[in-house]
Design a protein around this ligand. Sequence first.
Ligand SMILES: [Zn+2]
Length: 264
Amino acid sequence: MPSERKYRSQMIEFGKMLHQRGYVAAMDGNLSVRLDEDRILATPTAMCKSMMRVSDLVIVDLEGRRIQGRRNVSSEIGMHLLIYKLRPDIRGIVHAHPPTATGFAAAGMALNKPLVCEVVIGLGSIPLAGYGTPGTPELAAALEPLVPQYDAILMANHGVVAYADDLHQAYMKLETVEHFAQIALVTHLLGKQQPLAGTNLQKLMDIRGKYEGSRSVAPLPLDEAVQPVLQASASSAKAASSASANSGSRRSLAGHREASLRRS
Ligand SMILES: [Zn+2]
C-alpha cells in the first residue's frame, strides 16, 4: 500500500489535472483518500486545486474533525465521509464541476443511456441525485440511496462525484463521466440516439466483471429509463426519462429485454 507521502503527491497531481482540464474553476472541487480505518486525507477549503502544496492538505477523522494540518478541510467533506461510510471498498474520491456533465445535472438529466460500449462496461450508468445544498446533510441525504451501487453520480445543479478503490481510478471515472457527457451532448445536437440493446448489451454485461477497474454493480443503463415504460406502456419516452432521473434501484436484464421488445 502506498505511503501517506505518495497519497499526498497524488492529491496534488490530480488537483492540478482537474484545474488544467477545466473540470473546476477558481476554488471549486475537492479530493480525498482513505489513509486507514480512522483517517481521511482531504483537500482544504478555499484553495485553487492547481495551487496546493502537500502541506496544505488536511487529515480528518471519520466525523470530519481535524487531526492534522493548518488549513480548514473542504466544506464538502460530509459527502466524502458518507461515501467512505457506505462503501468500505472505496479509498479515493474526486468531486468537481466538469461543464458538460454538470450541464446535464443542471438540466435534470441523468447519463443513463447505453450509448457507448466502454462506458457501459466501466460505469454502467450515471444516475442523477436530487439537489441538496452543498456542505449540508441535505446533499448527503440525496446521495445516500445511490452510493451503494454506483461509482459516479451527477448531483443536480451542482456537479459530479466519482470514487474508486484508489484516487487514480476515481479521477479516471470522473474523466470518463465528462467525456461521456460530451458524447451524449453530441447525440442530442444531432437529434438522434441509437442506444445499445439486446444481445449486444448482454455481451457487455458479461465482460463487465472481468474489466480492470470496473467493480461497479450499477444497473444497466436504460433499465431505469425503461421501467416506467413498462409501468405505463402508453406513456411517452419523455415522461419515462424524466421519471427515471432519480431512480436508483437495481433491475433485471430480463426486464430490460422485455422493455426493449415492447419499444421496438
Ligand atoms: Zn461542489
